[in-house]
Write a protein that binds this ligand. Structure first.
Ligand SMILES: Cc1cc2nc3c(=O)[nH]c(=O)nc-3n(C[C@H](O)[C@H](O)[C@H](O)COP(=O)(O)OP(=O)(O)OC[C@H]3O[C@@H](n4cnc5c(N)ncnc54)[C@H](O)[C@@H]3O)c2cc1C
Length: 468
């Protein structure tokens, strides 16, 4: 290890995920001298072991399943096969292109990239440790964006066959059987990946429904498809322990007062993620965290230490890449002295299940809990021409508006392309549009987007393609 070197920067960003790299670019655009420190890979969890690789595998699994189910279009494919090493190579290719792009963007914006693990020394210095050297960088401002990691259960420690989401994304072969502990977003998305490639998947969930917080009218449609694909769901079921036995893993759980055991090739434990705030010297510099390790921040993402900001999975709110990137821009702009604050009215969230689920803003129920008089209107995909031509007619769009003035305050979509369609509802909420604005917007025909217009017409009481 070299002797301790010292250099200085204006803004140091710790962690290069969708929070960190966006913060670094925005800070550089605003004229700051920026250094970003990353201990693993540029792009963070999202690009390397999260959003992007999971979606590449979801798409591949979906194509494989679709290719065998084209009968309704009058098409039969007699031999459909796959080579999972090529599926993985496709996924890795996508990751490589994107992470390479992040590096080019950082360099193009003159952001200094430092490889190593950052730890705070004081409120103006961090120590960077790597295999090659240890150095100290002094800074005026810091943005912490160290992200999160999977929670491990003490009774089922990660091993060869007890795996986390990263392990599940990197399997070399399709397992014959897979048990998943946790019916949250990550568990459900990976369940569809492996079920589509032929694994026998079983999910153990502690709550009485999967996808906690999502309306049961939406989850029931996803559950119907899970059943069709042979995915078995155990709800109100509590895992006790798991152990590897030979080439299998055995998991014990309790359901309805009865003890049960399942065997599988792999056990994926996906019960949540905890913030990476325990090993970066926060206490030493007086940055306040709560009992779960979440850093306390104000509306500009400023921590309890005035020149240090925190963004992404390590602060309150949903653990989503786009939330991290949004906060990144606010923090960088606050450092530049701009009058900016976070506004969380409108954070869309998507589950890439079959069909997809996408939500934004309030539901009728959550609006009422906030004392807002709201009403909701629904329109089914089954009454839309494009959905019929796609042979994907399951699901609905739901708009939530204020009763007094019709302003959009929420939206829920379950159906094909919900992940893309939610953008229109987000924009409507962000811009303070009413259902009438959506109804008056000419939507191209035939598109799934027309369902948004038609739902707004339901809200106004004059739907064309559904009888009142
Ligand atoms: C399987 C999976 C699928 C997901 N799918 C989606 C999705 O579809 N959509 C969505 O919005 N979100 C999704 N997420 C969540 C999303 O990945 C995270 O919300 C997002 O990555 C958080 O961004 P971040 O910048 O806060 O942290 P991260 O992406 O976790 O990046 C933090 C970075 O900091 C680095 N780091 C940590 N400590 C240090 C240190 N001391 N010094 C230097 N570097 C350090 C880490 O190596 C890492 O690269 C998914 C997550 C998983 C696991």
């Amino acid at each position: 290890m070299n002797a301790n070197e010292l250099h200085s920067t204006e803004t140091i960003v710790i962690g290069a995920g969708p929070g960190g790299y966006v913060a670094a670019i925005r800070a550089a655009q605003l004229g700051q001298k920026v250094t970003i420190v990353e201990k693993e890979n540029l792009g963070g969890v999202c690009l390397n072991v999260g959003c992007i690789p999971s979606k590449a595998l979801i798409t591949a699994g979906h194509h494989f399943h679709q290719a065998q189910n084209l009968g309704p279009f009058g098409i039969w494919v007699h031999k459909v096969d796959f080579d999972f090493s090529k599926v993985q190579a496709f996924k890795e290719g996508v990751v490589k292109k994107l992470t390479g792009g992040v590096e080019a963007l950082l360099k193009g914006n003159n952001v200094e990239i430092v490889k190593g693990t950052a730890t705070f020394v004081d409120t103006n210095k961090v120590k960077i440790s790597s295999k090659e050297k240890e150095e100290t960088i002094s800074f005026k401002h810091a943005i912490i964006s160290t992200g999160s990691r999977p929670v491990e259960l003490p009774t089922m420690k990660f091993s060869n066959r007890i795996i986390d989401s990263t392990g599940a994304l990197n399997l070399k072969d399709i397992p014959k059987s897979l048990v998943i502990v946790g019916g949250g977003v990550i568990g459900i998305e990976l369940a569809f990946v492996y079920a589509n490639f032929g694994s026998k998947v079983k999910i153990i969930e502690g709550q009485d429904d999967l996808l906690n917080g999502i309306d049961s009218k939406m989850t029931s449609i996803v559950k119907r498809n899970m059943k069709k694909k042979g995915i078995e769901l155990f709800t109100k079921a509590f895992v006790k322990e798991a152990k590897e036995i030979g080439n299998e893993v055995e998991v014990m759980f309790e359901i309805n007062g009865e003890e049960k055991t399942l065997q599988a090739d792999y056990l994926l434990v996906s019960i949540g993620r905890k913030p990476n705030t325990d090993q970066i010297g926060l206490k030493e510099v007086g940055i306040e965290i709560d009992s779960k390790g979440i850093i306390k921040t104000d509306k500009q993402c400023r921590t309890s230490v005035h020149n240090i900001f925190a963004i992404g999975d390590i602060i309150a709110g949903p653990q989503l890449a786009h939330k991290a990137s949004y906060e990144a821009k606010v923090a960088a702009e606050a450092i530049a002295g701009e009058k900016t604050v976070v506004d969380y009215t409108c954070i869309p969230a998507v589950v890439f299940s079959e069909p997809e689920i996408a939500v934004v803003g309030l539901t009728e129920k959550s609006a009422k809990e906030k004392g807002i008089k709201a009403k909701s209107s629904k329109f089914p995909f089954s009454a839309n021409g494009r959905a019929m031509a796609l042979n994907q007619t399951e699901g609905f769009v739901q708009l939530v508006t204020r009763e007094d003035n019709g302003v959009m305050i929420g939206g829920q979509i379950v159906g094909p392309s919900a992940s893309d369609m939610i953008a229109e509802l987000s924009l409507a909420i962000e811009a303070g549009l009413t259902a009438e604005d959506l109804a008056l917007t000419i939507h191209a025909h035939p598109t799934l987007g027309e369902i948004v217009m038609e739902t707004a017409e339901v809200e106004l009481g004059n739907p064309i393609h559904i009888v009142k």
